[in-house]
Design a protein around this ligand. Structure first.
Ligand code: AHR
Length: 330
């Protein structure tokens, strides 16, 4: 494939320039892979699964953008299992794809397979979620949200709108998948933002696995053991939507008796926000496909790319949700 030729040229020019590339271009991840014999770029993409509306929009964005960019996509759905993702990545390495991209189910446990990709000279791009590795140069770049900042924004809204009332707020936290970067970071950012507000207390915190069913089941259990809950911080919209079902089933009014902050801003979440059932949403943009394809092309062209590309995001109140809903793409 085109990469072999390009990488040979890139490696040569890097050697001449004496650059110690680290995580910024294809050579930073170990050099070239490829092996199909034509100029079409092949990307192996290992997706988390289909756990949420966000994920569905993300998958669609990646598939459509690959097609638009003329990149051949080998797409694999890990169904929420890290071992499936590792197998998919190994299979991409065997197939000698030009570039591997993936959104890791959880943060740790990737060193071995990433080292295999590096040894095979196949650059890896992380998208959506990052990983924690022992070695620094196991991936070229990471494109995705700042999850700590998302949690912080949620916490800041809670301080401004809940803590400022002087009332006691008993918060139920619906966490994302245990060990996943957005669950870890959204918890951290929120906790940091509310730390100086003694009337904001997290009374229960449990994983709902980023799914609507998980959100409903966890909320049901939490309401049974903590009938004084009057606020929810859900790490994503799907869990918030599940929580709404549980709150209504318990005879309470979501958005009023129990106020809700969520993350994502997918259409169903935004509808619930506009309907007054959710009180505030922090956006997490799933439309990463176009940027991912551009980054892949740049990496394979031997261009320097930033080690980190942060997605631009905003927040929505109920009024803002009603305004933007008609044009919401996902
Ligand atoms: O990694 C992004 C998160 O994963 C989204 O916020 C959540 O909905 C998804 O499952």
């Amino acid at each position: 494939m085109i990469r072999n030729k390009l990488l040979a040229a890139v490696t040569a020019s890097v050697a001449v320039l004496g650059l110690a590339a680290c995580g910024g271009s294809a050579e930073g991840s170990g050099g070239g892979g490829g092996g199909g014999g034509d100029d079409t770029i092949t990307m192996g993409f290992a997706q988390v699964g289909a756990e949420s509306g966000w994920r569905t929009a993300n998958t669609q964005s990646i598939q459509e953008s690959a097609e638009a960019a003329g990149i051949e996509l080998q797409f694999s759905d890990a169904q929420g299992e890290q071992e499936n993702q590792i197998s998919a990545i190994r299979s991409f390495i065997q197939q000698r794809v030009d570039v591997i991209a993936f959104s890791p189910v959880v943060e740790t446990g990737w060193d071995a397979v990433l080292l295999e990709a590096k040894r095979a000279n196949i650059p890896v791009i992380l998208t959506d979620r990052s990983v924690e590795t022992e070695q620094e140069d196991l991936f070229v770049t990471f494109l995705g949200s700042d999850f700590i900042e998302e949690g912080r924004k949620a916490g800041e809204w809670a301080v401004e709108n809940w803590a400022s009332t002087g009332a006691q707020w008993n918060i139920a936290e619906l966490q994302g998948t245990t060990g996943a970067a957005p669950a870890i970071d959204r918890q951290e950012g929120f906790a940091e933002a509310i730390a100086d507000s003694p009337n904001l207390t997290i009374v229960a915190s449990q994983s709902g696995d980023f799914t609507r069913t998980g959100g409903r089941e966890v909320m049901e259990a939490m309401l049974n053991s903590n009938p004084d809950i009057n606020a929810v911080y859900a790490h994503n919209d799907d869990m918030a939507l599940g929580a709404i079902e549980a709150i209504e089933a318990a005879g309470k009014v979501p958005g009023q008796d129990i106020q809700i902050i969520s993350v994502d801003a997918v259409r169903d979440g935004m509808q619930a926000l506009a309907d007054g059932k959710i009180n505030f949403i922090v956006e997490c943009n799933p439309l990463l496909g176009e940027q991912l394809m551009e980054l892949a092309q740049q990496v394979l062209d031997g261009e320097e790319v930033p080690e980190r590309v942060v997605t631009e995001e905003t927040t929505f109140t109920q009024e803002q949700a009603a305004e933007v809903l008609p044009d919401r793409k996902y």
